[in-house]
Design a protein around this ligand. Structure first.
Ligand SMILES: Nc1ncnc2c1ncn2[C@@H]1O[C@H](COP(=O)(O)OP(=O)(O)O)[C@@H](O)[C@H]1O
Ligand SMILES: [Mg+2]
Length: 442
């Protein structure tokens, strides 16, 4: 075995065909879905992996392209533990070292002891081994190894292991981001976004912040009958200043569990949103609430694309016509390709059965996209029109409105919880002091 670190070439062939199969994008199998949900974004750390097996290197390479590792800098080398020991005798160690070992217990521990001698304080180590051995596992933990993963390693399992090291398992997980976008303008994306956010906050008693990124024309303030602080533009202008206190000042509270980060909706300025600023703002919000619901305007720019690619869940709302189908297909194709470790975006067909309008049927629309619709909402100008004009949610206006069950089902799908369960297990108060401030001051 060479003890020189060889860089891993991502496109080198995988020798073992079975191992190659393990790298297929996930098809929302239950175990993988759970692992995918458990893996949370990892901060800006450096990760250096020293693999023995090409399939392990490829799995790590695949994981490193995932949105949750997008901030981390991952480099992959071949040569295993001996290459790592040789390398770190001359170079500083990164935040996280991943060592694959083909050795038995004693040889592996001996090599890790050598590595420990050249490891800087604060560096964490994950070991990937080929033996399933509890004694070995205990010995590794005793030596300060953070995690032992038995090969063959799946990209999603690797990501979960890394994520667990950087997200405190004792506190609530970092908030989930749910992004809503329309396949065309005016298809009801914002209306559905606001109603779903409201349902999560009311029926599930979970804290939600709506981030309205339609800066010039957003309707969040109107829909909740609020005259909001124009918070979001200040946050986007100086995202590095945004902390818990400032966020608290910039949010407008609509109810006990729902706050909005409202758009300024004035035209006296240009809105050039930077993708980085947008990501920073959403990151701060997600540290403070379990659900961040992002209302995106219809459009395509660097920042809208970034928000979609980074979101935990995506809802694409479309009306049943040809242009919507074409646009939705483009959006789905891009998202499927770039987010292969994630569940598919959700399709909602809205304004279905509008009188006198020729429509593409729901079945044909879904067939065109090769997905099932997560919701189908009929055209109902009376209910939607009155709710919009009153600044009310549909359910506040009429609990029997036909769209209500769909809003509830969508809320459950997006949060992966059922309503009863969430009501009985309220969010831990440890999450953030900010949650306390959300309680209405009467
Ligand atoms: N199912 C529906 N039936 C009738 N009107 C609807 C329906 N869904 C949305 N609307 C109305 O369509 C208009 C545009 O909705 P909006 O949510 O602002 O669209 P988008 O955010 O996609 O531009 C609003 O006046 C809204 O009340
Ligand atoms: Mg909108």
């Amino acid at each position: 075995m060479s003890n020189q670190a060889q860089p891993f070439e991502a496109d080198q062939p995988v020798q073992d065909e079975e191992a190659g199969d393990q790298l297929a994008p996930i098809e929302a199998g239950e175990a993988q879905l759970q692992a995918s949900l458990a893996a949370r974004p990892v901060p800006r750390i450096s990760i250096q992996a020293f693999c023995e097996d090409a399939s392990t290197a490829e799995a790590i390479q695949f994981a490193s392209e995932d949105r949750r590792l997008s901030k981390a800098h991952v480099s992959i080398h071949m040569g295993g533990g001996s290459a790592a020991v040789a390398h770190y005798q001359e170079s500083p160690t990164p935040n996280l070292i991943v060592i694959e070992s083909l050795m038995d217990r004693d040889a592996m521990l001996f090599e890790l002891d050598q590595l420990a001698e050249c490891c800087d304080a604060g560096t964490k180590v994950i070991v990937i081994g080929h033996v399933n051995d509890v004694v070995l596992y205990r010995e590794l933990l005793r030596r300060g190894v953070s995690e032992y993963v038995v090969a063959p390693v799946q990209p999603i399992a690797f990501m979960e292991a890394v994520s667990n090291l950087y997200n405190d398992p004792d506190s609530e997980p970092v908030g989930h981001v749910i992004a809503f976008v329309g396949a065309k303008g005016g298809v009801g994306s914002s209306t559905i976004c606001h109603n779903v956010a409201w349902t999560i906050s009311e029926a599930m008693k979970s804290n939600v912040v709506i981030v309205d990124l339609d800066l010039a024309f957003g309707t969040t303030g109107l829909d909740f009958n609020q005259d909001p602080v124009q918070g979001i533009s200040e946050a986007l202008a100086t995202p590095e200043r945004l902390d818990d206190q400032l966020l608290d000042r910039l949010l407008t509270k609509c109810s006990e569990n729902l706050s909005i980060f409202a758009a300024p909706v004035v035209l006296d300025r240009d809105y050039d949103i930077s993708a980085d600023a947008c990501e920073m703002v959403i990151d701060v919000v997600r540290q403070n609430v379990p659900y961040v619901v992002v209302d995106l305007p219809h459009g395509w720019s660097a920042w809208t694309k970034r928000v979609l690619l980074q979101a935990d869940e995506i809802v694409v709302t479309a009306a049943p016509d040809l242009a919507n189908l074409r646009n939705a297909k483009n959006v789905f194709d891009l998202l499927k390709q770039s987010r292969s470790n994630d569940v598919l975006p959700h399709l909602v067909l809205n304004t279905v059965n509008m009188p006198k309008r020729p429509e593409i049927s729901v079945a044909e629309f879904c067939q065109g996209l090769d997905v099932k619709a997560s919701g189908v909402i009929e055209f109902d100008s009376e209910t939607f029109g009155v709710a919009a004009n009153n600044g009310q949610m549909l359910e506040e206006l009429n609990r029997k409105a036909k769209a209500i069950p769909t809003m509830h089902e969508l809320s459950m799908k997006l949060t992966h919880c059922n309503e009863g369960k969430m009501v009985q297990t309220p969010q831990k108060s440890a999450l953030a002091p900010l949650l306390e401030k959300f309680k209405l001051t009467r």
